[in-house]
Design a protein around this ligand. Structure first.
Ligand SMILES: Nc1ncnc2c1ncn2[C@@H]1O[C@H](COP(=O)(O)OP(=O)(O)OP(=O)(O)O)[C@@H](O)[C@H]1O
Length: 696
């Protein structure tokens, strides 16, 4: 029998090194990972066997067995799942298929604590076995292959692994860990049972261990010891978490399930478990993570929803079940109506799937509304929306501190929730939080910091829920630190006579705050929302108004402060505009080809000029961004607005058009306005030359 040696893919070798060096402070997670793989393997078999029942052969049982041998210092996790062929073992246990591995590696800082969290997020899976083992042997046979086509995979976790063909009667996989000297605790049955209870109670498969009893020492002086009874006992609850009555699930169990589902070391921020009845019946268990994953911005990132049909796992990443702008949500949907052989194509067309997706969307928005309302209440402000008790939602909350002893989650007031409404109504805006933990301030802020920019995409993607999404948005503003201002807050403190919600988009918070376009707003004490996410401008193009008040970019179109200006100011502005008219013509001539128009403005106080775009135009910031991304951008020219009161403008009025000095000043004025707005002069060298000519 020949043994072949294979080298690990470079990333695996690197990951292995990291795993063993960063995760040893939390070695026990390996068991969770191996059981999770075993459970996935059984799920896969169950799914494939829907089409080909013969795959079960003479072993219909799907289960996981955990055995230890203290003398041999081994721990073996065996499943009766799909198994692996030789080629699969080489591919799956020698390479990392996930995209983004390199990216992940580059994010590691060398700081052990931070790195171990990152690794946890990434999901080390199988390789975590090497935290406790100095050698791992995997024996496997794929369902449907004959016994003599089994495979043995062996590695010491250094640069390579060996593979040989074996005969294996049983379908499925055994992972045999040769425990390190410092990890022998994992050969202890009681310790393992404790860990299974902690991490894998909710796994829907039976996890079995050999029974043990105390045996008296046979010889004198020999203490009693544990001996195997030879019978296999199920040591976990072995029913899927979401199928249990909610009152029987502890906070801790909800969190543990999340951590396994999401491969996240941090507990979730909130969750919601509901059984939905009506035309479409399903159970949804949705989690809001407390931090953003690394690949949140990856366009190909999969949705985090696992689809089950009547407890049978169907597929991961069922993107049809959650809109893209809620892609950060993790969870499980278990449908009672979909056919077991549902394909991705079928999902796209299914009416039931659309109903589930809508139900999920509304549930998530309700969770967020509940958190936002709670935050507001904690801050002393009026609660945003009156809660409506119909169609209650339970939202449990996680916290970053070590979890307290498991407690009854929702008391006896709430049994399983039944949402009979399918229409998006306000009925489900009522959120009942789990005990007082949810009253901690800061949860919505944590959510917003991690996922706010993604939620904003919903303005463009989800017509039906646009108004609800708009209420959840938060921005920095000229009068508040941090991203805490909602449109409703803004409206509540609008000035008398103010007719619009003003905002500015810029590349950075500093550029937004210091933009010349804000000068008159600052002078008059008018609040302006500062928007610095890439998605802001695109998203806001779908939100022309908020509850009847138009949204107005301060960098688009002419400012019309309307009633915010008094008569004297209006008169002065008109007079200035009149007197500066000849200069406008001279500037238009000098900057022909660069500007669309030159006009006088009242928006400036300290700066001589600024650039704006026409009302319906794309902002210069967005145009720059699209250009950088290699997308075609229509050539639009900005409007140069000048401040008639500024000394530089007054000086230019006295210069003759067409002279080199006037020409230099005109271009410098334009280029400086461009710089202030975050752009770059098209000809930086010419700009420098002109400034120097003016300086001497
Ligand atoms: N018990 C098993 N039975 C069958 N295949 C397995 C088993 N354990 C691992 N594998 C295969 O090896 C692959 C790699 O496993 P690993 O745990 O490293 O990552 P993963 O399970 O794909 O990802 P993650 O752990 O992040 O969910 C799996 O995708 C699967 O194909």
């Amino acid at each position: 029998m020949s043994t072949q040696k294979h080298a690990f893919q470079a990333e695996v070798a690197q990951l292995l090194h990291l795993v063993t060096h960063s995760l040893y402070s939390n070695p026990e997670i390996f068991l969770r990972e191996l059981i999770s793989n075993a459970s996935d393997a059984c799920d896969k078999l169950r799914y494939e066997a829907l089409a080909d029942p013969a795959l079960y052969g003479d072993q219909p049982e799907l289960e996981v067995r955990i055995a230890t041998d203290k003398a041999a210092k081994t721990l073996t996790v065996t499943d009766t799942g799909i198994g692996m062929s030789e080629a699969e073992a080489i591919a799956h246990l020698g390479t990392i298929a996930k995209s983004g591995t390199k990216d992940f590696m580059s994010k590691l800082s060398g700081d052990q604590k931070a790195d171990s969290q990152l690794i946890g997020q990434f999901g080390v899976g199988f390789y975590s076995g090497f935290i406790v083992a100095d050698k791992i042997v995997v024996e496997s046979r794929r369902a449907g292959l004959p016994a003599n086509q089994g495979v043995r995979w062996t590695s010491k976790g250094d640069g390579d692994f060996e593979v040989e063909t074996i005969t294996r009667e049983a379908r499925g996989t055994s992972v045999i860990l040769h425990l390190r000297e410092d990890a022998l605790e994992f050969a202890d049955g009681w310790r393992l049972k404790e860990l299974i209870g902690k991490y894998s109670d909710h796994i829907s498969l039976p996890i079995k261990m050999e029974g043990e009893t105390w045996v008296e020492g046979k010889e004198e002086g020999q203490a009693g010891h544990m001996a195997k009874t030879g019978e296999w006992e199920t040591v976990n609850q072995a029913n899927a978490l979401w199928t249990r009555p909610k009152k029987d699930i502890t906070d801790q169990q909800f969190k543990d399930f999340y951590q396994q589902l999401a491969h996240d070391w941090e507990p979730p921020l909130a969750w919601s478990l509901n059984r939905v009845e009506g035309n479409t019946e399903y159970t949804q268990l949705l989690y809001l993570p407390s931090h953003a994953p690394m690949d949140l911005w990856d366009r190909d990132r999969k949705a985090g929803i696992k689809l089950y049909v009547r407890r049978v796992f169907i597929m991961d990443d069922a993107e049809q079940l959650m809109p893209r702008y809620l892609r950060f949500i993790k969870g499980v949907v278990d449908s009672a109506d979909l056919p077991l052989n549902v394909s991705r194509e079928l999902l796209q067309e299914s009416r039931d799937v659309r109903a589930i997706r809508d139900g999920n969307t509304r549930r998530v928005l309700s969770m967020l509304e509940g958190m936002a309302k709670d935050e507001q209440a904690a801050g002393g402000a009026d609660a945003a929306e009156a809660a409506n008790a119909e169609g209650k939602i339970d939202v449990g909350t996680g916290d970053a501190t070590p979890a307290p002893e498991p407690t009854e989650l929702h008391g006896d007031a709430v049994t399983d929730v039944v949402d009979k409404s399918e229409a998006p109504t306000a009925a489900d805006t009522a959120v009942k939080f789990a005990e007082d933990k949810a009253k901690e301030p800061g949860k919505y802020a944590i959510f917003w910091g991690a996922f706010g920019a993604v939620l904003k995409e919903g303005l463009g993607e989800d017509n039906a829920h646009r108004d609800r999404i708009a209420k959840l948005l938060r921005y920095a503003s000229t009068t508040a630190e941090g991203e805490t201002v909602s449109f409703a807050d803004y409206k509540a403190r609008m000035k008398e006579g103010q007719k619009a919600i003003y905002y500015i988009t810029a590349d950075t918070p500093a550029a937004a705050r210091n933009s010349p376009q804000l000068e008159v707003f600052k002078k008059k004490g008018i609040e302006v929302l500062l928007m610095t996410d890439r998605v802001d401008e695109w998203a806001l193009s779908y939100l022309p108004e908020f509850e009847g008040t138009p949204l107005q970019s301060v960098a688009k179109g002419a400012v019309d402060l309307g009633d915010l200006q008094d008569e004297a100011e209006k008169k002065a502005a008109e007079a200035a505009a009149e007197s500066v008219k000849p200069l406008l013509d001279k500037l238009k001539e000098a900057l022909k080809g660069e500007v669309e128009d030159v006009r006088v403005t009242t928006r400036l106080v300290d700066s001589p000029a600024c650039l704006v775009v026409k009302d319906a135009g794309m902002s210069m910031q967005l145009a720059r961004m699209l250009k950088q991304a290699g997308q075609p951008v229509p050539e639009t020219k900005p409007v140069l607005e000048i401040n008639a009161e500024h000394p530089l403008v007054k000086k230019m009025e006295t210069l003759e058009a067409g002279t080199p000095r006037f020409d230099d000043l005109a271009h410098v004025l334009f280029d400086q306005a461009l710089l202030a707005e975050g752009g770059m002069p098209t000809d930086p060298a010419a700009y420098v030359r002109r400034v120097n000519a003016l300086l001497v």
